[in-house]
Design a protein around this ligand. Structure first.
Ligand code: HPA
Length: 247
């Protein structure tokens, strides 16, 4: 029986429409997750919601305890994870308020606890990360984007940067040359940890700004804020369709 979790990012510390059944504080060997696990019902389906940046959006991307977050979800029996993320658009197709379902990742992060293998384990296993996202969860997200008729790009390369600062224009040019189409700060090590735990994990990204240097002016934060607010509505429609389709 699939058990679905939604990890909410910027703009989604709460899931609109979620009927809360109970909040569970889980403690893992890596510490506590960013927020309690919220067990509830969304569109008639049981889901677990986790706010990646904490309930009050206080945890920056490089300080998120990704290991505790994913392990907590796994320990309560979650099998499928939809990771929501606000990103910058690099490719010309990834314009503001577009939903992107990335299929690849390039990791530019550093100094993050990026694996479960280490001091707390006496063995290690290499994971196949050729396709970093679950094809099943991606398929559902794509079907959902189509049936919700939201403006979306069906593939993409998520460049994960360290943050919390935004990138320079030259960094974005380099990322574009590398093949990145979107840029965000939380995609890694989250996806790799999910794979280490055997979770079916995929990302549903909303473009909330054009990446640095892609528009003549700098990043306009008030515009980002209104793009986030609007995109949350699209994300919400996509989630409703995914839950209708099921896994
Ligand atoms: N860069 C990195 N992370 C982001 C951006 C960006 O431009 N926008 C939203 N998250």
């Amino acid at each position: 029986m699939p058990s679905i979790a939604i990890i909410g990012g910027t703009g989604l510390t709460n899931m609109p429409g979620l009927t809360v059944h109970h909040r569970e504080m889980v403690k893992t060997v890596y510490g506590a997750p960013s927020s309690p696990l919220i067990h509830g019902e969304l569109d008639g389906q049981s889901v677990i919601f986790l706010a990646r940046h904490g309930r009050r959006h206080t945890i920056p991307p490089h300080m998120v305890n990704y290991r505790a977050n994913l392990l907590a979800l796994s320990e309560v029996g979650v099998t499928h994870v939809i990771a929501l993320a606000a990103v910058g658009g690099i490719a010309d197709t990834c314009l503001e308020k577009t939903i992107v379902i990335p299929d690849q990742i390039i990791d530019y992060t550093h100094d993050r606890a990026h694996t479960y293998y280490g001091a707390k384990t006496d063995t290690f296993q290499q994971i196949d990360f050729t396709e970093p996202y679950s094809s099943l969860v991606r398929e559902r997200l794509l079907e959902a984007c189509k049936s919700a008729s939201v403006n979306h790009v069906p593939t993409g390369v998520y460049g994960a940067t360290q943050g919390p600062r935004l990138e320079t224009a030259a960094e974005i040019r380099r990322m574009e040359n590398d093949g990145c189409t979107i840029v965000g700060m939380t995609g890694m090590p989250e996806a790799a940890l999910a794979r280490e735990l055997g979770l079916h994990y995929a990302c549903c990204a909303m473009v909330v700004n054009r990446a640095a240097g892609k528009v003549g002016t700098g990043i306009d934060f008030s515009r980002v804020e209104s793009n986030v607010a609007e995109s949350v509505g699209f994300i919400r429609q996509v989630i409703a369709e995914v839950l209708k389709l099921g896994f």
